[in-house]
Every structure is written in structure tokens, then in C-alpha cells.
Design a protein around this ligand. Structure first.
Ligand SMILES: Cc1cc2nc3c(=O)[nH]c(=O)nc-3n(C[C@H](O)[C@H](O)[C@H](O)COP(=O)(O)OP(=O)(O)OC[C@H]3O[C@@H](n4cnc5c(N)ncnc54)[C@H](O)[C@@H]3O)c2cc1C
Length: 588
């Protein structure tokens, strides 16, 4: 039988007693309050779901002797696994970044552990009907609804304390549609290859399935990122400069709306929802249960590792960095895309004879696709190196390493994101267009200098915009992706970590990120940021994440979700509610 663990916890602590009932109807129902459904009601829900309602213990509880799931040997495993993306993705409630469960149960014995930072119940969905049942229940009982796929989200949108969570992880069927795809409803036939993937599918599974047909899709740089959050945010990719963002490559989706309708949306059927679901943000307009994604012949990939580095003590460090950054649009026009770090001072990631331990400059992991010319890389970088050697003779070292791969998957297998989960950080992002990158050099130099004033002393400058994104032709003519992408070449981003339970360090991280990207904001007054890798506390967030699309998105949100069944932050239409100090979501 399901035990109402929140009810127990809150009655013991006294939290959540009479206080909230004095303002009925203004807050979402919360565990331990009178409006919270009874154990019998939850048990009935479990029955309707064929036993797929979960009440998972906090994953870190195995390390806490007072907890029912305490297990010293499992604790050692969980502590180790906590650093991996796969651990959190495979757990119904765990998320990658500790901050977002409010540090309520870390796998560390000397801290406290309670379930209060996590959803109260989870629908372990394996079909659209399960999702519908969960949404209908949350709407009927006025319960905060959460949507979790992998828990990768950098803005904390996939965890909500005291909620009913829909876990989409097992919606992961992948089907190949060869040659053509018929839209439901209109019957219109789109020619070309595509994959219909479950809303919980993860990048590597799709890449691997596509590779079996010598195909690939526009996908992200980590194996475990999931389709649901990735596509709804836009989805950048090392393949985007050629083929557009992931959201630009969606042909059709099956979604479950806030009203509980299971709909197929495409350019001819519910076109406004189809538009909003591609870039308008996750857990806002509905839950994707499946999506059909255009695929492409897998390219032959030339992997290019580039280092243009100097001594961090050199006075021209920022002139060098600014010059290289200004060359990015030109490099992208020649077919380069990739993930770069620019730094004023960092430890060199690879040890090579003759390279100092600490360096400043540029380090990139780039690719060219389907290029036959063996000289393509040296031709592109020759003029750049020439200028550098002319301006700073013998003071800058230039390295390139080339590797050939027969397919995108072969390249990805060697170059996927190998960073760690666990810990906490906030990010900040700005999309940079050609005017900013190649225009006023002094202004750009100043912005990059301030942009690296945080603890990393570096910044990432991803070449993931460019022609494919700027000239994308999404089905139906457009989608809700931030218009700032349509002029962008570079997605600039930075992060600032902070430790657990340290409010002042967290506040400091926020202040650093707010401050260090201000010059880039000032340089791009009509620009914006990438919602999925952004600063959650952007002051003008509606404009920053959705620009001129915001007004239309808000109208759609109010129509499809008049009572705010879905709520998250920062998300379209969330202005009418706020999370109170006691964790409850209440109307403002
Ligand atoms: C290591 C790492 C690498 C990354 N690489 C890239 C990259 O290369 N390109 C890129 O663009 N981004 C990248 N991201 C950012 C990524 O796009 C976001 O973290 C995204 O939110 C992940 O989506 P998810 O579904 O996996 O995660 P979750 O955290 O589970 O969900 C994210 C958001 O989407 C909602 N959501 C989840 N599933 C659904 C669904 N089926 N329907 C509706 N809403 C849903 C959630 O409620 C939440 O709001 C990366 C992130 C990490 C941590």
C-alpha cells in the first residue's frame, strides 16, 4: 500500500498545518494539508495506472541511518554514481544538480535527509494514457504537476517539491520512417527519412538507432539528454549550423495537453500548439509523448581539435581572444561547427611536450562534415595563424589535430560530453550575432573580459548557430524558438558553481553571472539567451528567452491552460503564481 509519507513527515514537523487552509483555493494542494487527497484516493489512482504510481524514497536516503532505505553498502555505490548523468536519469525523482531538490537529502551522512524537496508521487508513464491520467488527477485535485524526463535541466524545471510528477523516461520507443511520413489528420506526405521517438528517448539511443540506417538526427552533445526538454527548448547541436536546431526538424508530435487531451499536433492539426511546443519551453503547453524528427544521411566527420594558446601573463591575451572570436562567423561559413572554450588562464586539459601547464587563448573541439579536401582545415586556419603571427610574433602557439570518422556516431562515441553531475551551479547565456562578433572590437573585447571575471576565468563559445539555424525552414513556416537564434552564430555561456547549504555563496554565484554577462546583454539589446542553458534569474526573462514570440506564446498558454495546471520557472505564463518560503505554489 502507498504510504502518504509527506503527510507523516509534515504532521511530525508541524509544517503545513492550519496556516494554508485559511486561504483556500489560492495555493496548489500540498502534502499534509486538508485538501491533499487521501491515501485511498492515491491508491485508486495507482489502480487506474495498473500499479505505475510510485512513491520513491529520496535517492540519497540510503546514506542516512534514520531512513527506511538506509543501506551502508548501497550508500557507497550511490555516492559514486551520484556524479554520473545516468544515475539521475534512471531515477524517478533525482535530478542532476543538488540545488534543485534544495539539498534535502544528499548522499552524505552528516547532513539531514527528508523527502520534502522531491515530488510526493510519480506516474511512471509508459504510454500517453498514463500521462493523461496523471494530468487529469493533478488538475482535479489542484496538485502541483511536475514533468521529469532525465533531470538534466540547468534551471531546475524538472523537480517540484510536493508535486505529482510525470516521469517520461519509459516513453522511449524509436521507429524509423523510411522515405516518407504521412501527417495525421491532413494526410499530407512529407518526403524524406525520419524517426518517431518517445518523449523520454535519450540522445545516444536515437543516434545509435539512426546509425543502423546510416542516418543521424540533429541532437545534443551528451549521451543522456532527453528529447522532451531538449526539443521544447530549441535544441542546439554540432549539426545545427548545417541543418537547423532540433526544434526546426520536428514534423509531428503526440502531446497530452493540460486539459488531458491526447493530441497529434503538426502543421495542419493544432498548428498553434505545434508551433508553441517547438521552442516555447518544457512543461508549459503539454507533455510530448512522441515526436517525429527529420533525419539526415550520417556525415563523414573530420574532427578538429584546435588550440591557439599563449602565456596568461601576456598583455595581449584579450586582443588574441577577441580576434579569434571575431573569426567564428567566417569559420562557420566554411563549414566548421563545434564546442570551444576561451580562457584568460586555465590549466591545459591535455599534456603535450612544450605546452605550458597554464594557458590563455582558445581551445576547440570542432568538426567539418563531408569534406573531401584534405587541406580544408589548414586553408581555413592559415590566414588566422598568419594574422596572429604578424600581430604577436612567436608569442602564440597554434595546434590542430585532425581525425577522420566514417559516421556521426563514430565521432560522437569519441567526443560526447564526459562532465559530471552532482554539485550545483547556475549558468548564463547570450546568443551572439555577426554584428557583435565582427563589429566593434573594443566593445567585444571588454564584454569578453568582463565575461571571464568569474571563478572559471573562461567562457564557452559554442559555434552552433550560423546558416542552418538562421535559414531554417521549420514545418508550418515557423516555430517558437527564440528569434535571437535566427541571427546567432555563437552561443556564449558561462557557469558558476556553489556549495550546498551556503546561501551566501549561492548569492555570490548569482551576482557574478548577472554582472559578467551584462556587457554582452548591452551589446545585444534586441538579442537573447538560450533557455535551456540560461541564467534562471534574467531580469527581463520573457524577452530574453522568447523575444517577440512571447506575446503569442502567452496567448496560447492562457487558452490551453487557463487554470495553470502546468507551472514552472522561468516558463511562459508563470506570472500569476509564486513558490512561497514554505515550498507551496500559490497565486500572487
Ligand atoms: C551534460 C549536458 C549536456 C547538454 N547538452 C546540450 C546540447 O548539446 N544542446 C542543447 O540544446 N542542450 C543541451 N543541454 C541542455 C538540455 O537541453 C536541457 O538540460 C534540457 O532541459 C534537458 O531535457 P531533458 O528532458 O533531458 O531533462 P529534464 O530536466 O527532465 O526536463 C527539462 C525540462 O523539460 C520538461 N520536459 C521533460 N520532458 C518533457 C516532455 N516529454 N514534454 C514536455 N516537457 C518535458 C521538464 O519538465 C523540464 O521543464 C545539456 C545539458 C546537460 C546537463
Amino acid at each position: 500500500m502507498l504510504v502518504p509519507r509527506f503527510q507523516l513527515l509534515l504532521s511530525l514537523t508541524g509544517i503545513g498545518s492550519g496556516l494554508h487552509t485559511s486561504i483556500p483555493g489560492t495555493c496548489k494542494s500540498y502534502p499534509g494539508t486538508p485538501s491533499w487527497p487521501s491515501a485511498a484516493t492515491w491508491a485508486a489512482l495507482n489502480q487506474t495506472l495498473d500499479g505505475r504510481l510510485l512513491q520513491p524514497p529520496p535517492p540519497g536516503a540510503v546514506c542516512h541511518p534514520g531512513q527506511p532505505t538506509y543501506n551502508a553498502s548501497q550508500c557507497a555505490n550511490v555516492t559514486e554514481e551520484w556524479k554520473t548523468y545516468d544515475f539521475h536519469a534512471a531515477n524517478p525523482i533525482s535530478v542532476m544538480w543538488d540545488k534543485f531538490d534544495n539539498f534535502t537529502c544528499l548522499p552524505e551522512q552528516n547532513t539531514t535527509c527528508s523527502p520534502a524537496g522531491y515530488p510526493a508521487y510519480v506516474v511512471n508513464a509508459s504510454c500517453a494514457e498514463h500521462v493523461k491520467i496523471g494530468i487529469d488527477f493533478a488538475r482535479k485535485y489542484n496538485i502541483r504537476l511536475n514533468v521529469k524526463n532525465t533531470g538534466h535541466d540547468y534551471l531546475g524545471r524538472s523537480n517540484s517539491p510536493g508535486s505529482l510528477s510525470i516521469w517520461t523516461h519509459h516513453l522511449n520507443k524509436i521507429t524509423y520512417n523510411e522515405g516518407q511520413f504521412k501527417l495525421q489528420g491532413s494526410g499530407k506526405v512529407i518526403s524524406g527519412n525520419s524517426f518517431t521517438v518517445g518523449g523520454g528517448s535519450q540522445m545516444y539511443d536515437i543516434y545509435a538507432a539512426a546509425d543502423k540506417h546510416n542516418q543521424t538526427i540533429v541532437g545534443g552533445g551528451a549521451k543522456s539528454v532527453g528529447v522532451g526538454g531538449y526539443i521544447t527548448g530549441g535544441g542546439h547541436s554540432i549539426l545545427a549550423p548545417r541543418h537547423g536546431l532540433a526544434a526546426d526538424n520536428v514534423w509531428e508530435m503526440e502531446i497530452v495537453t493540460p486539459g488531458g487531451d491526447i493530441l497529434t499536433v503538426n502543421e495542419d492539426r493544432h498548428p498553434d500548439l505545434f508551433w508553441a511546443m517547438r521552442g516555447g519551453g518544457g512543461s508549459t503547453f503539454g507533455i510530448i509523448t512522441s515526436a517525429t524528427l527529420k533525419s539526415y544521411p550520417s556525415p563523414k566527420v573530420t574532427g578538429v581539435t584546435i588550440m591557439i594558446i599563449t602565456d596568461p601573463k601576456e598583455s595581449f591575451v584579450f586582443d588574441l581572444i577577441t580576434y579569434i572570436v571575431s573569426q567564428m562567423p567566417s569559420l562557420m561559413k566554411q563549414g566548421f561547427s563545434g564546442y570551444n572554450i576561451i580562457t584568460k588562464d586555465m590549466e591545459i586539459p591535455i599534456q603535450e611536450p612544450g605546452i605550458p601547464d597554464r594557458v590563455a587563448g582558445f581551445m576547440g573541439k570542432c568538426i567539418l562534415q563531408d569534406v573531401d579536401d584534405p587541406e580544408a582545415v589548414s586553408k581555413a586556419f592559415h590566414p588566422i595563424n598568419e594574422t596572429i603571427q604578424k600581430r604577436w610574433p612567436n608569442r602564440v602557439q597554434f595546434y590542430t589535430t585532425l581525425e577522420q570518422y566514417d559516421s556521426f556516431l563514430a565521432w560522437f562515441d569519441k567526443n560526447y560530453d564526459t562532465n559530471q553531475a552532482g554539485g550545483s551551479l547556475y549558468l548564463v547565456s547570450r546568443l551572439l550575432d555577426g554584428e557583435v562578433l565582427t563589429g566593434n572590437t573594443e566593445a567585444l573585447k571588454n564584454a569578453l573580459q568582463v565575461g571571464m571575471s568569474g571563478s572559471s576565468r573562461s567562457m564557452e563559445a559554442f559555434m552552433v548557430g550560423g546558416k542552418g539555424v538562421q535559414e531554417a525552414t521549420p514545418r508550418g513556416g515557423s516555430n517558437a524558438v527564440n528569434p535571437a537564434w535566427r541571427t546567432a552564430y555563437v552561443h556564449a555561456l558561462n557557469g558558476e558553481p556553489f556549495g550546498p547549504f551556503n546561501k551566501s555563496e549561492e548569492q555570490r554565484a548569482k551576482e557574478i553571472l548577472e554582472r559578467e554577462f551584462q556587457p554582452l546583454r548591452d551589446l545585444t539589446p534586441r538579442g537573447g539567451a538560450y533557455i535551456n542553458e540560461a541564467f534562471p534569474f534574467e531580469k527581463d526573462w520573457q524577452q530574453t528567452f522568447w523575444g517577440s514570440n512571447y506575446a503569442k506564446l502567452l496567448k496560447i498558454k492562457r487558452r490551453v491552460d487557463p487554470t495553470d495546471v502546468f507551472w514552472c520557472s522561468p516558463c511562459v505564463g508563470n506570472e500569476r503564481w509564486q513558490v512561497r518560503q514554505d515550498g507551496r505554489l500559490c497565486k500572487i
